[in-house]
Design a protein around this ligand. Structure first.
Ligand SMILES: O=C(O)CCC(=O)C(=O)O
Length: 368
């Protein structure tokens, strides 16, 4: 197994029956998850766990009679959390079940030799396919000796615009895999458009304001698979980050492990809610709304008993689009808080420096 090259398939490592994780997976103490066990007392983390629950917004199937109260709930949850579950969202439950089923079948039932036929190019950021990514900080990149790996394998699909969508580069096992991803992509796009409309309106903006700023969606669907981990107290499934684009729609199975950072210092576990979809505001929405709504920092923790699966659908601008605070939100008493940025430059910097929480978006904040 190629642990040192960063190409380890975490699932294969977990199945090899090891009782301790290889050193490359051990997080610095301040980044380790806070487990309620005596060793936690020795961590230098300044974070705490919180029992709070992520809010739930009932979209009432987008019934126009409910729009005012839905907008109000969205406004509150965007301000307080940057994340919320939505229910009665109009996506068929069978489709939510299907995407989890096809993802799980690929990870659990495909032989490794078949999975590797879809291996993504590890030297190119965000390339499509089957991967086990390593997210590095710049200090770590300069020092190849220190590389911290995520306890996660994934499959990334490029789904929109249609010119990027090539189902023949996705698995065809189970046989409906490609059809399910295609349907899911189309449905998520519609939901993302409707949500960005409500989010714009919740700030008193035109319905299409955020969508117009983002332009045609570049959409990726990433199915993440987190195998059981023998030392969950030392590892992360996915290190803390906020998403780069505009809006992420995420579903997870019933295992649990996603955490969002509340008020900068409390990790809140997102309890799985059947048939709900989690909305995560991403960095470009923070810029467009001039910081009225902040992107949500999140991470995935691991556990020693059960593998966990999630499907995240990212909606991003094209790389050539310049993102700036919406002019409607600016005035003498509300100057721009962020420097405008060409999205492609933002992505390059994210991949060069690594996420480390929200440091990439924080670098665009203007002095007040
Ligand atoms: O697995 C999860 O719940 C989180 C996934 C995620 O944050 C990502 O893919 O960026």
């Amino acid at each position: 197994m190629e642990v040192s090259s960063g190409l380890t398939r975490v699932q294969a490592l977990a199945q090899s029956g090891l009782s301790r994780v290889p050193p490359q997976f051990i997080q610095f103490p301040e980044n380790r998850p806070i487990h309620q066990d005596p060793r936690a007392a020795t961590t230098s983390s300044s974070f705490v766990n919180s029992d709070a629950d992520i809010p739930v917004v009932n979209l009432f199937g987008f019934d126009p009679d409910q729009t005012n109260s839905v907008r109000e709930a969205i406004r509150r949850d965007c301000r307080e959390w940057g994340a919320f579950h939505v229910i009665d969202h109009g996506i068929p439950v069978s489709l939510l079940d299907d995407i989890k089923r096809v993802g799980l079948t690929f990870f659990n039932d495909c032989p490794m030799s078949e999975k590797l036929r879809y291996a993504c190019d590890p030297s190119s950021a965000a390339s499509e396919g089957y991967g086990s990514r390593m997210l590095q900080s710049s200090d770590q990149q300069q020092n190849d000796a220190v590389q911290i790996l995520d306890w996660r394998d994934y499959f990334d699909h490029h789904t929109l615009p249609l010119s990027r969508r090539n189902p023949s580069s996705w698995p065809n096992f189970p046989p409906d895999y490609r059809e399910v991803i295609t349907k899911y992509s189309d449905e998520m796009k519609i939901l993302a458009q409707k949500l960005l409309g409500l989010i714009s309106e919740s700030l008193g903006l035109r319905t299409s304001c955020i969508e117009d700023a983002v332009g045609d969606f570049y959409q990726n669907i990433t199915i993440s698979y987190y195998p059981p981990c023998p030392q969950p107290e030392l590892t992360l499934g996915l290190q803390s980050h906020s998403d780069m684009g505009a809006i992420t729609l995420l579903i997870q199975d019933d295992v649990g492990g996603l955490q969002v950072l509340k008020d900068g210092d409390k990790w809140v576990t997102v309890k799985p809610l059947s048939n709900a979809i989690l909305v995560l505001l991403a960095d470009q929405t923070e810029i467009i709304t001039n910081g009225k709504y902040r992107s949500c920092e999140h991470r995935a923790i691991t556990n020693s008993n059960r593998a966990r699966l999630s499907a995240a659908t990212f909606h991003d601008p094209a790389k050539s689009v310049k993102i700036s605070p919406a002019s409607e939100l600016l005035g003498e008493s509300s100057p721009p808080k962020y420097r405008g940025v060409v999205y492609g430059d933002y992505v390059s910097s994210w991949y060069t420096k690594g996420p480390e929480g929200k440091r990439n978006i924080d670098a665009l904040v203007l002095d007040s």
